[in-house]
Ligand binder design. Structure first.
Ligand SMILES: [Zn+2]
Length: 435
């Protein structure tokens, strides 16, 4: 075989992981071939493979020589009708809605997602300004390949190849009424009945403006819901629809059931474009679908909202727990333990008061979470600004005053706090009074 890659200079045992992918793909009936290492460029001539696909032994030879080669899968009848909808970060709302309604295997790519479908009919390749439908005489880069920018192609949520569904009519209709056919018209098989003129959908690509109900997406889990597991026995609060609805109402967002669309709490949007969503493990999250397809935990939504953020903020696991307990206290679902602290004189600045009260509040929350918690907590600038809802200079001034006047002490200059470091502060106990 004529191998054109420069990388094949040494031999080493085939990577078990790559071998698993290769055999899984072959079992699924896919026609695959090696791409160059960390590249989308074929390592061999692939068009001849349409007539004679590579066998597992032939594939093994390539990947034994260089296990870092990427994997390409040829689209269309040669791969059992496999087609891939390549979607970037901002697909139209209606498509997001359709994809949510019709779960299938999907891959996280460097700029969006690849949704894997099968089609019994031969489809044209279609272009959109947000992506493309790759149907035949083309290939896609498949997991576990690495994009030239270093990002790995990865199946979403450990989905399996046997979860690839026949492309639903609604999605096909959506695509064929909007896409422009790639290449000359003559390249499209006229008998396929699927040129761009075939369907005359009347959808304008807009969601219903008043209310949108969609089925809960039982087949998906979002890995970022896992921090709730830190809550132990209290973890069930994040699965309770009544609590989720109460949280929304506490923010002034009137929503009466899961799946009911409302206006995004963070972004200005004209049409309702967010909804509460319940995943496979029962976690309720905010699904935001007016600019891509984003999922946020309820504490992230709450924190972003009350901090008047222009974008949603990501919280670390421990921050998420702290914010969630704060949410539960605010809606009256729990009571925080009281702690002793030294009261401030009446004439301190607003910022100092807010910093002190914010820190005490944080300690009470940490005590709720763990009764044996020492009365100390990491309090980074970034976190403190959001938590106390004041600017950095105000917080800095407040902390300085509290340290200088014996209200707080620094237990440690820097401790690990997620990926960052933060100073560890402690309440001073001398002359304390019960709250
Ligand atoms: Zn939004």
């Amino acid at each position: 075989m004529n191998v054109s890659t420069d990388n094949m200079v040494y031999h080493q045992p085939i990577d078990v992981n790559v071998l698993n992918y290769l055999t899984d793909y072959l079992d699924a009936g896919f026609n695959l071939f090696p791409l160059k290492e960390r590249d989308k460029i074929p390592a061999i001539k692939w068009k001849p493979l349409l007539k004679k696909p590579l066998t597992i032994d032939e594939l093994k030879q390539f990947y034994e020589t260089n296990p870092k080669l990427n994997i390409g899968i040829i689209m269309g009848p040669t791969s059992g009708g496999l087609i891939v909808l390549d979607v970037d970060h901002s697909p139209p709302e209606q498509l997001v809605f359709l994809l949510a309604e019709n779960p299938t295997a999907a891959v996280q790519t460097s700029r969006g997602r690849h949704y894997y479908f099968r089609s019994k009919k031969k489809l044209p390749n279609l272009n959109f300004n947000w992506g493309e439908l790759r149907s035949n005489d083309v290939y896609v880069v498949a997991p576990p390949s690495i994009h030239p920018n270093g990002i790995r192609y990865d199946f979403l949520n450990d989905c399996h190849l046997n979860e690839i569904v026949e492309i639903p009519d609604a999605i096909l209709k959506f695509l064929t009424t909007r896409g422009s056919v790639v290449g000359k018209r003559g390249n499209v098989n006229p008998d396929s009945g699927l040129t761009s003129k075939s369907f005359k959908g009347n959808s304008k690509g807009k969601l219903p403006s008043n209310e949108l109900i969609y089925p809960l997406l039982g087949n998906y889990t979002v890995s970022r819901d896992s921090p709730y597991s830190l809550l132990g026995n209290f973890g069930n609060t994040y699965k309770d629809p009544e609590i989720a609805l109460k949280v929304m109402r506490s923010l002034g967002i009137n929503v009466s059931k899961l799946g009911e669309a409302f206006r995004c709490p963070i972004h200005e949007d004209v049409n309702p474009s967010a909804a509460l969503w319940k995943g496979k493990n029962g976690t309720i999250m905010l699904h935001e679908f007016h600019q891509g397809d984003n999922f946020w935990t309820l504490p992230e939504m709450y924190a972003s909202y009350i901090c008047h953020k222009k974008e949603f903020m990501k919280l670390s696991k421990s921050q998420m727990v702290e914010w969630w307990i704060r949410v539960l206290e605010n809606i009256g679902h729990i009571q925080l333990p009281t702690i002793k602290f030294k009261p401030l004189p009446a004439n301190v600045s607003k910022g100092t008061k807010a910093t002190y009260e914010g820190f005490i509040y944080l300690i009470r929350i940490r005590k709720f979470y763990n009764q044996n918690e020492a009365e100390e907590a990491p309090f980074s600038w970034g976190f403190a600004c959001d938590w106390c809802n004041f600017t950095k200079p105000t917080i800095q001034k407040g902390l300085k005053w509290l340290l200088a006047n014996g209200y707080l002490e620094k237990a440690k200059d820097a401790i690990k706090c997620g990926k960052r470091e933060a100073a560890l502060y402690k309440l001073k106990k001398e002359g304390c009074f019960l709250k």
